[in-house]
Ligand binder design. Structure first.
Ligand SMILES: O=C(O)CCC(=O)C(=O)O
Ligand SMILES: [Fe+2]
Length: 227
């Protein structure tokens, strides 16, 4: 299978988040500034979603906030998929899960994102004007002690139009241990995962993405405690 997502750009976000500003990959300063401005707003939305998730789990709304204070691995990625006359022969982006807590995805009006169901089929996610698509990542799978799952998804190639997407991924600090929250562990719902260091997990995953392996080398489920 050939993969054709071409432009894979990590945009500057909030300065000095991971110790540097990655403006060298982004061309003009105006573009960089727009990315930073967008990132700040997307970050607010991501935190709002984390609040709703916390409340849905019976936790205080701000329960996830401390995980993102100071240095963290939040970034914004722009994907570009060029039109392809035979989209069925190629894939834009292979099936994967995000490592993040939540990812806020914005796209132009061309569809392409597909979510994998439990049965293994793919459902098309049609872009709605003025809306965002939210993907849950592996960190949320573990923090929620399995109450929330991370979604497997892929992007298929467009046939006759250009497609852009922007994935804002909210991740904790690299040296943070991601483990199930104590409040979500009890006799009826025992601890489901051991845990992992977020930075190490992210780096291992990055190698897979680059090699475009069929099966991701590292997943939260590899840290599952056998029942
Ligand atoms: O292009 C899309 O809609 C999805 C991109 C994506 O899944 C990602 O960048 O992690
Ligand atoms: Fe993704």
């Amino acid at each position: 299978m050939l993969y054709i997502s071409d432009l894979f750009l990590t945009c500057p976000l909030v300065e000095d988040r991971v110790g540097k500003r990655v403006s060298s990959t982004t061309g003009t300063d105006r573009f960089g500034d727009a990315c930073i401005a967008y990132g700040k707003e997307a970050e607010k939305l991501a935190h709002k979603i984390l609040e709703l998730i916390a409340l849905s789990l019976g936790l205080p709304a701000k329960r996830f906030v401390p995980f993102f204070e100071g240095k963290n691995m939040t970034f914004n990625r722009i994907n570009y998929y060029r039109p392809c006359p035979n989209p069925e022969l190629v894939l834009g982006k292979g099936c994967h899960t995000d490592t993040s807590s939540v990812t806020v995805v914005a796209t132009n009006d061309v569809s392409g994102l597909e979510i994998k169901t439990r049965e293994g089929t793919f459902l098309k996610v049609n872009p709605l004007p003025g809306s965002y698509i939210i993907n849950l990542g592996e960190a949320m799978n573990v923090w929620s002690n399995g109450y929330y799952e991370s979604s497997d998804h892929r992007a298929v190639a467009p046939k006759d139009r250009h497609r852009f997407s922007m994935a804002f991924s909210l991740g904790p600090a690299p040296d943070m241990m991601v483990e199930p929250l104590e409040e979500l562990i009890n006799e009826d719902h025992p601890r489901r995962f051991t845990g992992f260091k977020y930075g190490k997990f992210w780096r291992s995953r990055r190698h897979t993405s680059l090699l475009r392996l069929k099966e991701q080398n590292i997943r939260a489920r590899h840290f599952k405690i056998r029942e």
